[in-house]
Design a protein around this ligand. Structure first.
Ligand code: SF4
Ligand code: SF4
Length: 91
């Protein structure tokens, strides 16, 4: 389960410190090599038990940048999660 940062990320750093489980890494540490921030899906808990909605998406100034990613079976998932690929926060 996770959310995903897409290629319209402007590397503004607003999300990094908002994650309660330190699931986000910056562009320098993005394992894909892309010049955007990255959510480690094995760490992301979709903010369940921490925030009403994913804190990274709430903090992100770039509309539609953070989207719902695939969910994996057996993991905690937000009851409010949307379709894979849809923005986590609708502005
Ligand atoms: S949804 Fe929550 S746990 Fe997942 S990366 Fe964003 S802030 Fe971190
Ligand atoms: S807040 Fe949004 S635009 Fe800024 S680094 Fe995070 S994902 Fe990228």
């Amino acid at each position: 389960m996770a959310v995903k940062i897409t290629d319209i990320c402007i590397s503004c750093d607003s999300c990094l410190d908002e994650c309660p489980v330190d699931a986000i890494v910056d562009n320098d540490d993005n394992p894909t090599g892309e010049d955007v921030y990255f959510v480690q899906s094995d760490k992301c808990v979709e903010c369940v038990g921490h925030n009403d909605e994913p804190a990274c998406a709430s903090a992100c100034p770039t509309d539609g940048c953070i989207v719902w990613d695939e969910k994996s079976s057996g993991s905690v998932q937000s009851p409010n999660r949307g379709e894979v690929g849809s923005p986590v926060v609708d502005d």
